[in-house]
Design a protein around this ligand. Structure first.
Ligand SMILES: Cc1ncc(C[n+]2csc(CCOP(=O)(O)OP(=O)(O)O)c2C)c(N)n1
Ligand SMILES: [Mg+2]
Length: 365
């Protein structure tokens, strides 16, 4: 018997907006001018907030955090494609998407300064936005479960989960993908391939030619998109969410982008990558090309940009002011929330934690 091909697969790549702001007009998603401007504004706000947080961290006014500069297009465009009833569960590099989903900026600042309140959602808003997942890949199993539950309840809702390239090496990623596929759950798996998992470059993470093709192994449609192209991300996520809601199951999307800053503020990337590499990606970053696109559409000019810059600076400054006015820090607040009710074992742990804190304080005094 001769060998025969029993299956063959293809991986497509979607790119709509190039670095000069030119587009493949047939593929531009049908978004009204005010939505396009809103998309740009969310990306600008995320950039400004990120850079402000970085300065504050260097001044000792902000805790350790993971900057998202350069990756704004992925989560902003994806979140804008979501419906009100959809769920969002991501990692720690989705600042823009979290803001789109209704997270107040002040909450972000509080969270990175150890305030448990940073995870509280204002009543009636953002209640389908899960807290930041620090455990790499864990959101993939949450997403499969949320998707299954939505189907079980007959809700017209889908789930978007965002994670990094490094997460694709975790068991949780594979379990979540497999479960979502066999359950035909309404989940969109969106991988932010930013080329690095701390100091491990993409090529050392996996030998797969693309990350997108990992969807094929689980029997779901997959596509690679230019992750610095907000229009391509929007289109791919919008289509995948529509498919999910109409009962056609999950999709895997690889968004190719780049982590322009350090992994977290505790990391020094000059120890493992060259300035030239980062420079190449600065030339492809998502905000400048989107601005050029808006200008070419006749929707934008310098005066509008100056006005928006001022507005955003004021918005970030107001959030900083609100955050720095807080003086209610309670180091043992997490113990209040483990079960939500009193528990003897948790109380023992709380006492032990507070005693240890006092020891450290006394040693430093
Ligand atoms: C299960 C688990 N293992 C290890 C870590 C430590 N850690 C934090 S971020 C990270 C790399 C994540 O890389 P990637 O998924 O590509 O996301 P990125 O940081 O690039 O956005 C690691 C190993 C963790 N938080 N959770
Ligand atoms: Mg990464």
């Amino acid at each position: 018997m001769p060998m025969e091909t029993i299956a063959s697969f293809e991986v497509a790549r979607l790119n709509i907006l190039d670095e000069n702001g030119d587009t493949d007009i047939d593929l531009v998603p049908d978004l009204k001018p005010d939505r396009l401007v809103a998309m740009y504004r969310w990306m600008l706000l995320a950039r400004e907030a990120d850079q402000r947080m970085l300065k504050m961290q260097r001044q000792g006014r902000m805790g350790t955090f993971a900057p998202s500069t350069g990756q704004e297009a992925v989560s902003v465009a994806a979140a804008m494609a979501m419906g009100e009833k959809d769920w969002f569960t991501g990692a720690f590099r989705e600042l823009g998407g979290r803001l789109v989903r209704g997270e107040p900026l002040v909450n972000v600042f509080l969270y990175y300064n150890g305030y448990e309140e940073g995870n509280l959602r204002p009543q009636g808003s953002a209640d389908r936005l899960l807290p930041v997942n620090i455990i790499v890949g864990s959101q993939c199993v949450q997403a499969a479960g949320l998707g299954y539950a939505a189907g079980f309840r007959g809700e017209d809702a889908a789930v978007l989960t965002v994670f990094g390239d490094g997460a694709t090496s975790e068991g949780d990623f594979h379990e979540g993908m497999n479960l979502a596929a066999v359950w035909n759950a309404p989940v969109v798996f969106l991988c932010q391939n930013n080329q690095w998992a701390i100091s491990i470059r993409r090529e050392k993470q996996t030998r797969s030619q693309t990350l997108a093709q990992k969807g094929i192994a689980y029997g779901m449609p997959c596509v690679q998109v230019d992750g610095n192209d907000a229009l391509a991300v929007y289109r791919a996520v919008d289509e995948a969410l529509a498919r999910a809601r109409s009962g056609d199951g999950p999709t895997f999307i690889e968004a190719v982008t780049y982590r322009l800053m350090m992994h977290t503020t505790a990391d020094d990337p000059t120890r493992y990558r060259t300035e030239e590499e980062a420079k190449e990606w600065w030339d492809r970053e998502p905000l400048v090309r989107f601005r050029r696109f808006l200008e070419k559409q006749g929707l934008w000019d310098k005066a509008k940009q100056d006005e928006m810059d001022q507005e955003i600076k004021a918005e970030v400054a107001a959030a900083v002011e609100e955050f720095e006015a807080r003086d209610s820090f309670k180091a043992d607040a997490p113990f209040d929330h483990v079960f939500g009710t009193d528990h003897a074992v948790i109380q023992d742990q709380r006492r032990e934690f507070l005693a240890r804190l006092e020891e450290v304080d006394n040693a430093q005094a």
